[in-house]
Each structure stands twice: as structure tokens, then as C-alpha cells.
Design a protein around this ligand. Sequence first.
Ligand code: ZN
Length: 215
Amino acid sequence: MNPINNLIRGNKLFRKYHFEDFKDDLHELINNGQKPEVLFISCCDSRITTDFMIGSKPGDLFTLRNIGNFVPPYSADGDFHGNASAIEYAVSVLKVSNIIVCGHSHCGACQSLYEDIPNTDDYINIRKWLELGKEAKDMTLENKHLYKNKQDLYKATEKNSIICQLKNLLTYPAIKRKVLTKEITIHGWYYNLIDGSIEFYDQENKKYKDINEYR
Ligand SMILES: [Zn+2]
């Protein structure tokens, strides 16, 4: 079936079988405005299906997706910053109390940090954007001896990148302030495409743990 027709069919099924479940809540959110408690930053990767993964419903998450789930550091240079403005909106307008940076296994963005990106106009923005993964790559290569193969190296890069992006979140003055006053908690999650499991980064002990150990 044509992929667009597939989506149209999907919408028909959604309206028939699922929309009713959300209807009342959605109408309330329309009347009173959205009030999500979580800003969820994840990768554009088509295999990341946020609402399926964690059972979130309309109104639960304010979502920002980009290549590699990167967080560009705060910059007040007056340029067009789509990612930063989404973060600002979540923090300053919606006043979310949690920010989750959710990386994932088999991330093409992290893998491409080890590949040559063509230096042509067709890739100019990707090349620039991937600079946001450089710190994670450097961090990973410092312990290169620990990784048996490329897959292990990529996995470590994906996990280190989440840590770097959490650090970048703190370059936003409003986030830094609200983390200090405990109005905002930041979380690093790692989603495994193989089995759908999630690990979280224990910031105190500096290691990843199964999400079921989260307290
Ligand atoms: Zn990815």
C-alpha cells in the first residue's frame, strides 16, 4: 500500500478505536490549554515511537526531536534557534518540572560521528549539527581500549552523548536556576531498540541503571 494511504488508514482506525479514550481529556486540554510536566528530547529516528514506548497520552509530553537528541548550548546571538526556542517555551512558558534527554541504541547520528560527512551544500547543516556530538566522541575515545568492537564504541558514544546533552541543558540560565531551586529535574534516558528497555543515568553515581531502579 502507498505509505500515505497507510497513514490515512491509520488515522481512520485511530478515530474509530482510540480517539474516544482521549476525547474528554483532550477537550479539557483544548479549553484550559496544555500543561505537560515533561519536556522530552529525543532523536528523529523513525524507530523511536515515544507514546508506544512509555505509554504517554496527549498532553503528557512536550516533545522536541532532532538528529541525535542533541541539545545545542545556550546562545543569545539573535539567530533562529528552533531547538532552543522549544526548550525555552517548555521551561519558561509551560513551566515543565522535568526534562528528559532520551538517547537510543543504534543511533545513526552517533555512528556518523566516526564517518566522513560529504563536504557539500547538501550536507552543510548536518555537518554543523553533528559538532554537538564531538564532546561525546572525544569522551568515548579516551577509553577506547574498553570497547571490543564498533558496536560497543557506538553504544558508549550514545550513552556519553546523553551525559553531554544534560550538561548543555545547564547552559540555559533558566534551566540552571530552576535545577538549583529544584523546580526542574533533568534526566538522561537510554532506550534500547532491541528489546524496548530503558536505562536511566544515575547522576549521583555516574552510571546507567535499569529504569526500574529509578526512585
Ligand atoms: Zn538517533
